[in-house]
Design a protein around this ligand. Structure first.
Ligand code: MRU
Length: 341
């Protein structure tokens, strides 16, 4: 059956000799694209946040490897792989994509290398689209009619190849009459919630309201919230969930208010090689992203700040992990392995 919902915008387009990327830093004010012609260009666009979201940076990295393989020589691949993996350390989808392309390259003859890696990158991208659709349906099955939900960061179409993970669940649930209202946390300091999630939900005609991150507790207490739905950048073998900074706080608040926390993520986000959340590398970004907004200081000149990009929610605080292969519940390493291995 054809999936009933469309992505709001084309955000990465494979052109064979280049990867065209929607520059998410300009959203929602402007739609503009960047052309990446090498793995180094893709790594730079990823590091600089022109594109972001764990599954999407994985897809872009796969295409980055395809660009590196264009000369039909395996010599450039290890350097390209290292560069891409370094661009953002937390989301494991990126390493997963690069390793998958290296495997394809290893089995490929030099003459067919460019074709084989490009084909594998397109497959990786299309797999994510299908994963999003399956996640949307599984996730929506956990919600009751007229649910009111909170989401954090942007785990939507802009963060994946398809409809999104958490926002994919919300959009599909809305389509079948299960969503009454969405509260989107703005997600300081990069504002993925206000700039991207609100934009996507409004395009999809899903009733949504923006809240600042520090309003979440009050909203949970007063607005009859049924679920918190988020994505993930890496899920450890024991099912601890790493996601955008602020998710751990939301998880604690949700627990206090008896609200289920649902994590939606494809299998490429699960890292069985990392035993628990404490071993997940947490990206620390420039302090300027906290000290300034659009280049304007919002703190005294010379003030110190830190920008931890992600945090880890212990698996005990997660009610369900929704993947394309099924729902993990109760959330623990054994059940994760049962569904995904
Ligand atoms: O720093 P970002 O914008 O790349 O962080 C994105 C997130 O944390 C998302 O919630 C996560 O990648 C899941 S996206 C489907």
């Amino acid at each position: 059956m054809k999936f009933p919902l469309k992505d709001p915008v084309r955000h990465i387009i494979w052109k064979g000799d280049r990867l065209r990327i929607l520059d998410q830093r300009l959203l929602p004010r402007r739609i503009a694209y960047i052309d990446c012609r090498s793995a180094a260009d893709v790594a730079k666009a990823t590091k600089d946040m022109a594109l972001r979201g764990a599954p999407l940076i994985g897809c872009a990295a796969a295409f980055g490897m395809a660009l590196a393989a264009r000369k039909n020589s395996k010599r450039e691949l290890p350097e390209a792989a290292a560069l891409l993996k370094k661009a953002r350390p937390t989301a494991v989808n990126l390493a997963c994509a690069v390793d998958r392309m290296l495997e394809v390259a290893r089995d490929s003859s030099n003459g067919g290398l460019a074709r084989d890696v490009a084909r594998a990158a397109v497959e990786f991208f299309e797999e994510d689209i299908r994963a999003n659709q399956a996640i949307a349906k599984f996730g929506a099955s956990l919600l009751k009619k007229n649910s009111r939900v909170i989401t954090h960061c942007n785990a939507g179409a802009l963060a994946t190849a398809g409809l999104g993970t958490a926002v994919g669940v919300i959009r599909y649930a809305h389509h079948i009459g299960k969503i009454e209202h969405v509260y989107a946390c703005e997600t300081r300091p990069y504002l993925q919630g206000s700039r991207l999630t609100l934009w996507e939900l409004m395009q999809g005609k899903v009733p949504a309201t923006l809240i600042t991150d520090n309003m979440a507790a009050h909203v949970m207490k007063t607005q009859r919230i049924d679920a918190v739905i988020v994505g993930s950048d890496r899920i450890a073998a024991n099912a601890d969930v790493c996601n955008k900074i602020g998710t751990y706080g939301l998880a604690i608040l949700a627990k206090h208010h008896g609200i289920p926390l649902i994590v939606a993520a494809p299998a490429t986000t699960v890292d069985f090689k990392t035993p628990d959340g404490d071993r997940i590398p947490i990206e620390e970004r420039s302090a300027l992203e906290v000290l300034e907004i659009h280049g304007r200081p919002i703190a005294p000149i010379g003030a110190k700040a830190r920008h931890f990009g992600f945090d880890v929610t212990p698996h005990e605080l997660v009610s369900a992990i929704v993947t394309e292969k099924g729902i993990i519940r109760p959330v623990n390493g054994r059940n994760l392995e049962k569904i995904l291995k």
